[in-house]
Design a protein around this ligand. Sequence first.
Ligand code: NAG
Ligand code: NAG
Ligand code: NAG
Ligand code: NAG
Ligand code: NAG
Ligand code: NAG
Ligand code: NAG
Ligand code: NAG
Ligand code: NAG
Ligand code: NAG
Ligand code: NAG
Ligand code: NAG
Length: 737
Amino acid sequence: MKLGKKLLILGFISLMGKCFSYCLLGFTAKDGQCSDENECSDHEIRCGNHTKCFNTNGSFYCHCESGFRNIVGKVNFTAEDGQCQDINECKEIPNICGNHSKCDNTIGNYSCQCDSGFRERVDGQCQDVNECEEAEKNKEMLCGQKGTCMNLNGSYWCQCPKGYTNYGFNGMTCSGLNCDSFSDHRGTAQSLGGLAAMLSTMKNNCLALVNSSAINETKLDGEALLEKLSTATDAILSGGLLKSENHVTELLSTVEGSILLIGPLLKHNSSKMETLQTETEIAVQRQKSRPTGPIHLTNQNAAVDTDWTTASGTGQYSGFALAALLTYKNLEVSVNRSFEGLKGHNRTEDDVDPSFKIFSKVVSVVVSNPSTQQLDRPVTITLRHLEDTEKTPEMEYVCAYWNDSGAWSTEGCYSQLSNVSHTVCMCKHLSSFAVLVALYPVEHTFGLLLVTKLGLIISLLCLVLCILTFKFCRSIKGTRTTIHLHLCICLLMADLIFLAGISQTKPKGGCRFVAAMLHFFFLGVFAWMLLEGVQLYRMVVLVFNATIRPLYLYITGYGMPLLIVILSAIIRPIGYGTDEHCWLSLENGFIWSFVGPVCLIIFVNIFFFIVTVWKLAQKFTSLNPDLSTLHKIKAFTVTAIAQMCILGLMWVFGTFQFQKDNIVGAYIFSILNSLQGALVFIMHCLLSKQVREEYAHFFSCICKPEKRYSDLSSTNPSSSSQSQGSRGGQNTGNSQI
Ligand SMILES: *[C@@H]1O[C@H](CO)[C@@H](O)[C@H](O)[C@H]1NC(C)=O
Ligand SMILES: *[C@@H]1O[C@H](CO)[C@@H](O)[C@H](O)[C@H]1NC(C)=O
Ligand SMILES: *[C@@H]1O[C@H](CO)[C@@H](O)[C@H](O)[C@H]1NC(C)=O
Ligand SMILES: *[C@@H]1O[C@H](CO)[C@@H](O)[C@H](O)[C@H]1NC(C)=O
Ligand SMILES: *[C@@H]1O[C@H](CO)[C@@H](O)[C@H](O)[C@H]1NC(C)=O
Ligand SMILES: *[C@@H]1O[C@H](CO)[C@@H](O)[C@H](O)[C@H]1NC(C)=O
Ligand SMILES: *[C@@H]1O[C@H](CO)[C@@H](O)[C@H](O)[C@H]1NC(C)=O
Ligand SMILES: *[C@@H]1O[C@H](CO)[C@@H](O)[C@H](O)[C@H]1NC(C)=O
Ligand SMILES: *[C@@H]1O[C@H](CO)[C@@H](O)[C@H](O)[C@H]1NC(C)=O
Ligand SMILES: *[C@@H]1O[C@H](CO)[C@@H](O)[C@H](O)[C@H]1NC(C)=O
Ligand SMILES: *[C@@H]1O[C@H](CO)[C@@H](O)[C@H](O)[C@H]1NC(C)=O
Ligand SMILES: *[C@@H]1O[C@H](CO)[C@@H](O)[C@H](O)[C@H]1NC(C)=O
């Protein structure tokens, strides 16, 4: 408190001393005299920015720099009067830059820039450049080969002869337009409603363009023409499916040609148009020099990425470039065919030909570059799938284009990557594109192959054993054994042919033969099974224990299948062998030449079995049953029924096995089919007491050969030279006797 007061008083005294004892305000003491103080030495503080400061005796004043003005309007001022502000000369001084010039205000000044097409003269005025004269001096052809150059204020106009047009734009080269491209070349317009009208609209507009030569003649309205085109396309496509490939080709090429005609007439540099059937986006660049930079056009279903260099081409630049993306919303149904051009499209060497279907909308990509057949840089086209699908191993996305010959092609296009919903295609040429999906037939997986091959080999071994047993086992000789024997032979042949030939689809003739042989032997299996049913029926119901004459057996067992195969081959020879398997074709019901007889046999056999079982049951309950015979017949019946079940069941799956996408069925069929022989062996040999006994005999003879040998040679000296099977049979025969 005390200290503060002291300081205050001290300060006051020193201040008073300065004022009164020395100099006035604005003057400073120097060498005992008061002289003027230069306030302008720190004028930015006293005057502010953009100012000039003037020092006077005992005072000072400020001016604004040129190009600035004091905000309150004073000429002589100090900082208290406010700042200096930039003057916007462009606004305040009318026509400051003169005619054909653009004024640009800067801080403290302004600048002038001549409009394009004008150049600054020495007097600072802007003067029109005579482009035509200058081009002539430089030996340039501003208007192309045919056009005549006319100078305009700020630009030039190309006067075009007939057949050429500058599309009504200043500075655009005369380019030739062939209006005949809007003619019905393929003769399809009459049969496709609306196409003739579209062609004539486009042709008339085209002619109007190439006929006009004067500067002020009709400028066509590109936007209106684009709308006309979209409406006409809608009219054509609202008719639904396009019937022929030519219609598709004609529509696509007419629309592409129309876009090339319309594009240069568009006023805006980007136009979009969406209708019921199409979605179009056209980007336009109209500038003197060839445009550069990327192009990205996109809509709901597709996107295209390229650059202006590709779109304008390397040929003569006419002052204009265009890129367009057009999506057809409903055309995919009409092009869900014509996949012939993709024959031979395969992922690996040994793939079979896949089937195709359309998997995206159809899009057309159009650029002003006249040579789009072989682009320097591929264009990226991203297409949305019709439905989101997780890719499976048998699927492949294929980028295809609609070839003018009326079919899908893949040359020059490949799919770069795809995910669940989109595929990215790279194409070296431009036209109309879509993503197709190639479906490869279900490949035989390793597991299936192993099961089939291994099972078939076991099966074949068992069948050979069965055949030897039935052939040489004396104790079981009879009609039933004959039937079993031939059933096994048919099955053996069928398995052998199946193993060797089912996939040998080439040559075609060989494949047909394999299919016919399989048909014959599998029918044979069923025919012999029918005979088994008949024989059981005879034994139990008719109580004929008599044998059937072998001739009848052969006629039924081999003749009937042969007859069916011959008839089928005569009626429809191409039904044998498909592209994937050497088996009966599934088309046109040809498979019924196998399934029909099989079903019939199964039904007849079911009838026989039911009657047999019923009679058998009666006999068991009769007063005086011959139990040993009945048990034998019961065993026969059970094996016959079991066998039929297995065979029948196998073919239920087998019939469908040759259809696609039936992995489970394929496995069941393969397992049952492969183990067929093993099952026959178990049922007819291992489960038969008589056969078991013979086997036992046979093996004991093998195991103790010396003893047996002496035994045998004493009773039957000739047996040692006989075959093993025969020996077994004989031994059993002996023991049975
Ligand atoms: C003067 O200009 C300087 C920068 O050049 C700026 O920092 C300062 O604020 C200005 N003074 C006034 C009073 O506007
Ligand atoms: C200021 O006044 C003195 C005399 O009063 C004179 O000598 C001097 O030149 C003047 N200075 C200016 C800048 O006018
Ligand atoms: C500004 O000051 C100068 C010098 O003192 C004087 O000549 C001039 O007339 C003054 N201008 C105005 C508008 O007061
Ligand atoms: C600018 O143009 C107007 C008319 O357009 C003309 O009267 C005037 O003389 C021109 N000015 C110059 C500097 O050429
Ligand atoms: C303003 O710019 C012009 C040229 O555009 C120049 O001649 C003039 O000297 C400039 N004025 C100032 C105050 O810088
Ligand atoms: C350019 O404009 C001037 C007037 O500014 C006019 O006299 C002249 O005829 C015009 N030239 C052309 C080619 O239009
Ligand atoms: C354009 O000119 C040709 C002859 O050169 C003529 O036949 C045709 O009718 C003309 N078309 C239009 C729309 O003027
Ligand atoms: C525009 O066309 C009309 C008639 O078509 C003609 O009389 C007139 O001279 C033309 N104007 C120009 C500037 O060419
Ligand atoms: C299209 O024109 C507008 C101005 O009219 C401009 O801003 C835009 O960049 C142009 N776009 C292209 C792709 O040139
Ligand atoms: C194309 O045809 C296939 C059958 O060939 C069909 O499954 C698919 O649904 C069809 N796709 C379209 C879009 O019509
Ligand atoms: C398709 O298979 C053929 C042989 O049939 C082969 O020459 C060709 O290279 C395969 N193509 C592909 C893409 O693997
Ligand atoms: C159409 O496809 C064939 C081969 O399928 C090809 O040789 C021909 O060049 C293609 N045509 C066009 C216009 O792409």
